[in-house]
Each structure stands twice: as structure tokens, then as C-alpha cells.
Design a protein around this ligand. Structure first.
Ligand code: ZN
Length: 59
């Protein structure tokens, strides 16, 4: 199971307004050669800018 949940806040700087915390709006699981990674779609709670980040399973 993913360590990341929709609605959770993660430390990640907004590229638009530089707020330091982003809210997860979508988690997509990806499998590359038996390694599981996740694409986290995030949204800034301040300016509403969306971003995405590729993260390993156990981070
Ligand atoms: Zn922002």
C-alpha cells in the first residue's frame, strides 16, 4: 500500500508562490522493473497551483 494518502500534506515547495507545503490530490502507482514508485499530484493550498512529483515507495 501507498504511504501517501489523498488529502495529506507533504513538505514540497510550491513552484508558483514558494509555499512550503503541498496537498496531495492524486496518487498514481507506477511499476518500473519490480520497483514501485508513486506519482504524487499535489496542489498548493495557498495559490492553487498544481504540480507532480515522482517518489520511491519507501521514502
Ligand atoms: Zn502556491
Amino acid at each position: 500500500m501507498s504511504n501517501y494518502q489523498v488529502g495529506q500534506y507533504i513538505l514540497n515547495r510550491c513552484t508558483n508562490c514558494f509555499h512550503k507545503e503541498m496537498k496531495i490530490i492524486k496518487v498514481i502507482e507506477k511499476n518500473f522493473n519490480e520497483k514501485v514508485t508513486y506519482v504524487l499530484w499535489t496542489k498548493c493550498p495557498v495559490c492553487g497551483a498544481k504540480d507532480n512529483e515522482l517518489v520511491p515507495e519507501n521514502k
